[in-house]
Design a protein around this ligand. Structure first.
Ligand code: FAD
Length: 561
């Protein structure tokens, strides 16, 4: 059996190595357009920033290793430029010599990845505007940042400041790659402006959670321009760049990073006549087979089923690409392996913090017209409060109202984020409910967690809601309620909520007579913990009550603010 693999990085290299482990006799040819196979594109922003100084450490495996260890015919600088599904052949162009050769295949795996979107805007090809996809991209960015900018050209300014390194960067796009580039450019001492067309950064997050990220970026000196698209680029009078936006603003820049998303590379798939989905990715079944049974496809180029919603989606992440590559190898070798779908589990480092999510967001549920869900906000300590270094972990958790199944989680903070998001990710994958989260036995010692881990807390709060022990509401539905502020007077003096009545929690039992019995009472405090206690007191005294989830902490980062 001869297997040709197009693309030698995440999905392609995983498939090639696994296939060799399963089948010593298969003839495997892996073709990679770029100069390297199996490089860590996820590490590129950190190479730009200098945390990963040595370029060679980004090369997880080499062409030689594939040849010697796996007996794989691995060809770099070679591009598959043609496919004939009828004759089961591919045409391969050697990018160094220009020579084109034809190879037959029994099975073909497409893992060509996705290409950064570069819209045809005026000035987009000016020097100094970069995308980040490959090792050479990162190298070019580093060289650009290391060069001396002669600011006397073309206008004859004089003085010692006329020559300097690039000082101002504009990053366009506030997704993962954009944010990672922002951080790394700040590390290199640049003044960074982030431009994002949407009204929030980090699109997979719900907007109110993204507000915390935006606040954090501002704290680190990053200028943010939300809700403004890029209209074009031009050279400035001093020879650097200017980024023009739809609103008419002009942002000066010595370097521009374009990170406005990626699109699946599907040219070869179209050439082979295989089905392309509505979202523009290659359609595959759970075995990673395309509409042609001899052609499989994996990675960023394919559409996947969202594990939670069952909808087709484009979710370009390294983990799914690697797992799909492995599954494709199994299937080629005759095994019955299946891909379960992608739940979008992801994490992004931002200065000292991490931003992570898994499963669905509320806006995805709203877009689907799904109303069978409830959400909670909580702000637990990342580990025992008495052990140094504890940080607040803002969390949003979504779950089914009807059966308690966990649907999604978003966790941000400066300590312990991955531990929590991975717990939620596993829970979602296993179809767990919030009652399972209540009971989960998670590791604990003071530097890492608390006797009740934040994930347990989430389960307990959500289970309290579903069991009717703590009816819940959110700031958006408080209009007709009686707002009851149970904080202490010093807290209230710092920030008040218009129309709220303040009865500090310790006085509540003795002042029940001041509360209406014909209206729904909506207690709140700082984080919704004391207002939960108030909710229990009021419920047991016959009042109609709903606790405001997240209370003042959630109010401080509402989407509209
Ligand atoms: P790739 O790994 O991109 O490999 C595709 C390869 O195919 C490319 O090298 C390309 O040159 C080659 N190719 C394309 N067409 C041809 C052809 N015709 N002939 C021969 N070769 C061809 N994901 C995460 O989960 N976490 C992260 O932290 C993360 N960070 C990232 C940071 C950056 C800067 C980038 C660019 C991506 C990041 N990703 C991250 C996404 C992750 O890298 C991708 O989801 C993953 O690499 C996709 O795997 P793939 O095999 O589909 O494509």
């Amino acid at each position: 059996m001869k297997v040709v693999i197009v693309g030698g990085v995440a999905g392609g290299a995983s498939c090639a190595a696994r296939l060799r482990r399963l089948d010593e006799r298969a003839e495997i040819l892996m073709v990679e357009r770029g100069p390297y196979v199996s490089y860590a594109n996820c590490g590129l922003p950190y190479h730009v920033g200098g945390a990963i100084e040595d370029e060679s450490s980004l090369l997880v495996a080499t062409e030689q290793m594939f040849r010697e260890t796996f007996a794989i015919d691995c060809r770099t600088n070679c591009e598959v430029v043609g496919i004939s599904a009828e004759s089961k052949t591919v045409e391969i162009k050697n990018r160094l010599s220009g020579e084109i050769t034809t190879e037959k295949y029994d099975k073909l795996l497409l893992s060509p990845g996705s290409a950064p979107i570069r819209p045809p805007l005026p000035g987009i090809d000016l020097p100094g505007i970069f995308s980040v996809r490959t090792v050479p991209d990162a190298k070019n960015i580093r060289e650009w940042l290391d060069r001396d900018v002669d600011r006397s050209v073309p206008y004859p300014f004089t003085g010692p400041d006329t020559v300097s390194k690039p000082k101002k960067a504009v990053v366009i796009g506030g997704g993962f790659i954009g944010l990672e580039m922002v951080e790394n450019l700040v590390h290199r001492g640049l003044e960074v402006t982030l431009i994002e067309k949407l009204n929030q950064v980090m699109p997979p997050l719900d907007t109110e959670m993204a507000r915390l990220v935006e606040r954090y970026l501002s704290k680190h000196g990053v200028r943010i321009a939300l809700g403004d698209g890029v209209a074009g680029f031009r050279e400035s009078k001093t020879g650097s760049l200017e980024v023009l936006t739809d609103s008419g603003k002009v942002h000066p820049a010595d370097i521009v990073i374009l990170a406005i998303g990626v699109r699946p590379e599907t040219e070869l798939a179209k050439m082979a006549g295989i089905e392309i989905g509505k979202l523009g990715g290659i359609r595959v079944d759970e075995h990673m087979r395309t509409s042609n049974p001899d052609i499989l496809a994996v990675g960023d180029a394919v559409e996947v089923k969202n594990f939670v919603t069952g909808q087709w989606a484009l979710i370009p992440l390294a983990g799914p690409a690697n797992r799909q590559g492995r599954i494709a190898a199994d299937v080629i070798a005759g095994r019955d392996s299946r891909f379960r779908g992608t739940q979008g589990t992801s994490i992004c480092k931002l200065f000292d913090a991490a931003i992570a999510q898994t499963g669905v967001s509320e806006k995805q549920l709203i877009a689907l017209g799904d109303t069978d869900y409830e959400k909670i906000y909580l702000y637990p300590n990342s580990h025992a409060g008495y052990y140094p270094g504890t940080k607040i972990l803002p969390m949003k958790v979504l779950f089914r109202k009807s059966d308690g199944r966990v649907l999604g989680a978003q966790v941000l903070g400066e300590d312990g984020v991955p531990k929590r998001i991975d717990s939620f990710a596993m829970a979602i994958q296993m179809g767990c409910t919030i009652y399972d989260l209540e009971e989960s036995e998670l590791c604990y010692a003071p530097p890492f967690s608390s006797g009740k881990d934040p994930v347990n807390f989430a389960g307990m709060i959500a289970a309290n809601i579903l069991r009717g022990d703590m009816p819940v509401c959110h700031w958006d539905d408080t209009e007709d309620g009686f707002l009851l502020d149970v904080r202490n007077p010093p807290e209230v003096s710092v920030e008040t909520v218009p129309g709220a009545t303040n009865i500090p929690l310790p006085q509540l039992r003795s002042r029940l007579g001041e509360l209406p019995r014909d209206r729904e009472i909506m207690p709140f405090c700082r984080s919704a913990q004391r207002s939960y206690y108030a909710t229990r007191i009021l419920l047991q005294n016959g009042f109609k009550v709903r606790n405001i989830s997240g209370s003042m902490l959630t109010r401080s980062h509402r989407a509209g603010d």
